[in-house]
Design a protein around this ligand. Structure first.
Ligand code: ZN
Ligand code: CU
Length: 478
């Protein structure tokens, strides 16, 4: 057999969780042709990858990259080995929503992109724009319940009327027909907090009819986390579709340790219906600046502030002191703004990461001036800090949570494994050196140990920089 390229002598971590073995991967065009010893195979180009690990490209199960895909090279993601991003999470997708010039954008929609990006009337218009411009990574889009509320409702501080629900149902149908993989919601946010479960269920039924999933940023991740989990599980059960619990965590000092309860609840529910989860590997969260999250945190860092950009990266306590205000007054004065919240317990983070069902999702916010380090560091941190240094799980198990597991959960056709016939989404990295470099103080840092990253057979990241290639595609559902 003669192929375009053979990557030889690599430690193959194939995505399935089986122990790595040294071997070769053969590629032609955008596909993997063969994996293993490959005796007698020849290629136009043979790359010796001795001492390095080759894995399927990582799938970021939870992102807010809807606009970033159009705007830039997605360096925060490809620099850590990500080749596919799931967009539109937490109820906030970029489409379908066209904002009138000067119209205000309710948070957290304002966290994911500037108002000018909201210019796609339909989901199909956004996916067509992605196809036109090309994307660095592959895309698995979700449509957001909060976005639909802003599109069809005159005010968002009430439940949707029957007529508005019917309009939103039609918009979910349109999004699913245009390639969406499911519906997301963020009942925590003011944007959607007035929505009862029944409103979301009606939309989830439409996603289910098209074979989609439902991803949930639940109503409360603190004191009422159990009730909020039960609500999301109930919505998915009633609508008859798989549930993915977003960035699973328990927040607030009073709730430290309660991941024991939440994981037990999730495991019980999973015996009755598909209930899955994603998490990012940090004990701090990040979202719009709000009092509830500050109250649950030992420390709050400003990530962006429209009126006072110089406060990005500063401690809220220092900002309040500078302004001569209380923290609550400062929160009001800085709106709209975003923040990082130190509100979790490291033991909970590790317990959740250890759950074999936990996919890795960065939840990175690419528009932030001073982002949470999860944007640039999540995948390298799981491989370096949590797998190699802390020993929570093996290298092959870490890779499985980033590849075959999300590919199976989202039903991505021919991705997430090293296997003949699969798309050539690949990451070559040094398993002894891979490490996150992004920190809370200095968050925009590429990870160490990532040699190159390939999307559909084309290198997008090579020895420390983006190549500028845009070989990504909107993924097809299996
Ligand atoms: Zn969220
Ligand atoms: Cu999110």
């Amino acid at each position: 057999m003669h192929v375009d390229q053979i990557i030889a002598n690599a430690l193959l971590v194939d995505g399935t969780g089986t122990p790595p073995a040294t071997g070769a991967v053969a590629l032609t065009g955008d596909r993997i042709m063969g994996v293993g010893a490959l005796p007698g195979w020849t290629a136009d180009e043979v790359i010796d990858a001795a001492g390095l690990a080759l894995a399927p490209g990582f799938i970021d199960a939870h992102t807010h990259d809807d606009a970033a895909l159009l705007g830039g090279d997605l360096a925060p993601k490809i620099s850590q080995g990500v080749t596919t991003v799931v967009t539109g999470n937490c109820g906030v997708s970029l489409a379908p929503l066209r904002l009138a010039p000067g119209a205000s954008l309710p948070g957290p929609l304002d966290c994911i992109a500037d108002p000018a990006w909201f210019r796609f009337d339909s989901f199909a218009a956004w996916t067509a724009a992605l196809a036109d411009a090309g994307t660095t990574t592959n895309v698995v889009p979700l449509v957001g319940h909060g976005t639909l509320r802003v599109k069809v409702m005159d005010r968002i501080d009430r439940p949707a009327s029957e007529g508005e629900i019917v309009q939103m149902e039609a918009l979910v149908d349109e999004a699913m027909a245009a390639g969406a993989f499911g519906l997301s919601s963020g009942l925590f946010y003011p944007l959607a907090a007035a929505a009862p479960a029944s409103e979301v269920t009606r939309l989830a039924v439409r996603a289910a009819a098209h074979g989609g999933v439902y991803t949930a940023h639940i109503r409360d991740e603190g004191d009422h986390v159990i009730a909020a989990l039960e609500e999301a599980i109930g919505i998915a059960a009633d609508a008859g579709l798989p549930l993915i619990l977003s960035h699973h965590k328990v927040s607030g000092r009073a709730n430290h340790g309660r991941s024991r309860e939440t994981l037990a609840l999730i495991a019980r529910a999973a015996t009755r219906q598909p209930v899955w989860l994603d998490a990012y590997p940090y004990a701090a969260g990040s979202t719009m600046l709000n009092e509830r999250s500050c109250a649950a945190s030992s420390r709050t860092l400003v990530t962006w502030c429209a009126s006072r950009p110089e406060f990005a990266g500063q401690d809220l306590a220092d900002v309040a002191r500078t302004l001569g205000l209380s923290e609550a007054e400062a929160i009001a004065a800085l709106q709209p703004a975003g923040a990082i919240y130190f509100m979790m317990d490291e033991a909970d983070v590790e317990r959740i990461l250890c759950c074999p069902e936990t996919m890795i999702g960065s939840d990175g916010i690419p528009a932030d001036a001073h982002p949470h380090p999860r944007l640039w560091g999540s995948f390298a941190r799981v491989l370096g800090h949590y797998s190699r240094q802390r020993g929570l799980f093996s290298l092959e198990e870490a890779v499985r949570r980033m590849t075959a597991l999300p590919a199976a959960r989202f039903r991505l056709a021919d991705r997430g494994v090293l296997a003949a016939g699969a798309h050539a989404d690949l990451v070559l990295f040094d398993p002894d050196a891979v490490a996150d470099k992004a920190t809370f103080a200095d968050p925009c840092q590429p990870s160490a140990g990532i040699h190159w990253v390939m999307v559909n057979g084309v290198r997008v990241w090579d020895q420390g920089s983006a190549t500028g290639a845009r070989p990504g595609r909107i993924v097809v559902r299996a």
